[in-house]
Ligand binder design. Structure first.
Ligand code: S3P
Length: 441
């Protein structure tokens, strides 16, 4: 079967209610944390995407069994560091930086060496951000140039560390929290703010973890070597997946969409804040709390006039995976939008800042770049009629989603390659688009 899609028509007006796939960050964390709990955890509505399936395969290789019964995954944990595996075990993290980085934190006590590998995209990503602090705990890590493959051998002589996580990376923070679980004493991580699902899940499990809010960072203290019991968890929808449908609605004519049951953790809703600053009027209704996380239904309508935004860098972390699609809104907005300090985008599944700029120029938008800061000159009258082919984007799922939403809102004839990239995070993407009227071949 062809691995591309053809889009030749803009989407017609729609008024629909949808659900998007479950949250990827929470799905991965729920599996990894269940693998360390004592007893049988039951996770329902787990995202069944490649990154998450690779996480299940990883714990299985490390001796943790699981099974799927109807809509629920049962995970049979043996407690902290309850892994049991053969010599020469290799874990393939595929495309997932989250899995590769977080699992390292759970292997800091392993008696046998484990090798972590990944796909072409992951093999280009820098691991010094976790290798450096893990070595401070006393762990042995072998690798070349801070790239995969990475070999990790644990130690019985772990020591708690005090570390300043300055990137604002939840992957780094969570890796270190996992390492701290296995380390005697109290580990302190001063962390630039980033998504906090790991902390919330551990708190929900009554694990002794303390988070103090400081002005520019959070001080996280973790007491090591405490056991916790298995748990039940129902994974909510992913705001990162919802974001593409939010922008589809916003840039279409006379349409409206309700996206039910989405995680609206404040550390994730930068996109809502930014789009509302641009005049979007997105509403979060039926707000509820679920095991420390916040959930809501998202209401969004089309908007004829959108304003440029001067996006504060403080919002970067809470919208880090959404900037590509936010750039598209800036392309249609009235005025010049400014985004700052977006260097982290180039450390994702592809060099997303570079690709985002290339993409905007391809559709005729003027972009000025000064290092990691960009200015996007919006054109509210932008309509496309040419042919476009999108290829060579390292199969980055979010570039694929962006291309589809652009085609469906701005027009033109599009051939978008590497359709199978959607399996990474949002296998239902094309089906949901079709269910609200998109014509995609
Ligand atoms: C993630 C954190 C973010 C994000 C990634 C998922 C997570 O990465 O880009 O898609 O689940 O912790 P960083 O923490 O490196 O910014």
């Amino acid at each position: 079967m062809a691995n591309h899609v053809i889009i030749k028509n803009r989407i017609r007006k729609f008024n629909k209610v949808i659900k998007v796939s479950s949250d990827k960050s929470i799905s991965i964390r729920s599996i990894l944390i269940a693998s360390q709990a004592i007893g049988t955890s039951k996770i329902s509505n787990l995202l069944e995407s490649e990154d998450v399936i690779n996480t299940l395969k990883a714990i299985k290789k490390l001796g943790i069994n699981y099974e799927k019964i109807k809509n629920t995954y049962k995970i049979y944990g043996y407690g902290l560091n309850g892994f049991c595996f053969k010599k020469n075990t290799t874990i393939n993290a595929g495309n997932s930086g989250t899995l590769a980085r977080l699992i390292l934190g759970l292997l800091v006590k392993s008696k046998k060496e484990v090798k972590i590998i990944g796909d072409k995209s992951l093999s280009k990503r820098d691991f010094s951000r976790v290798i450096k602090p893990l070595r401070l705990f006393g762990v042995n890590i072998k690798n070349k140039n801070n790239l995969m493959p990475i070999k990790i051998l644990g130690t019985d002589f772990l020591r708690p560390i005090k570390y300043f996580e300055k990137i604002g990376s939840a992957q780094v923070k969570s890796c270190l929290i996992f390492s701290a679980l296995n380390t005697p004493g109290i580990t302190v991580i001063n962390s630039k703010k980033s998504r906090n699902h790991t902390e919330l899940m551990l708190k929900f499990l009554k694990y002794p973890i303390k988070v103090e809010n400081k002005k520019k960072f959070e001080k996280i203290s973790i007491e090591g070597l405490k056991q916790f019991k298995a748990f039940d968890y129902d994974v909510p929808g992913d705001i990162s997946s919802a974001s593409f449908f939010m922008v589809l609605t916003l840039l279409s004519k006379k349409s409206s969409l309700i996206i039910n049951n989405v995680n609206i953790n404040p550390s994730r809703i930068g996109i809502v804040t930014i789009l509302n600053k641009m005049g979007a009027k997105i509403r979060l209704k039926k707000r509820r709390l679920y095991n420390g996380e916040r959930i809501a239904n998202i209401y969004i309508k089309s908007k004829n006039v959108l304003n440029a935004v001067n996006c504060p860098a403080e919002l970067n972390s809470s919208a880090i995976d959404e900037f590509l699609i936010i750039f598209l809104v800036a392309a249609k907005a009235n005025g010049i939008s400014r985004f700052k300090e977006l260097g982290e985008m180039n450390k994702k599944e592809s060099r997303r800042l570079d690709l985002g700029i290339k993409f905007l120029r391809l559709i005729g938008i003027k972009v000025e770049r000064d290092k990691d800061n960009i200015k996007i000159y919006g054109n509210p009258n932008l309509i496309l009629s040419q042919s476009f082919e999108i290829k060579n984007f390292l199969k980055d799922h979010r570039v694929f989603f962006l291309s589809c939403i652009t085609a469906l809102t701005l027009g033109g004839e599009w051939k978008i390659n590497d359709k199978d990239s959607i399996r990474t995070s949002f296998p239902n993407f094309l089906n949901i688009l079709k269910s609200i009227g998109a014509k995609i071949n």
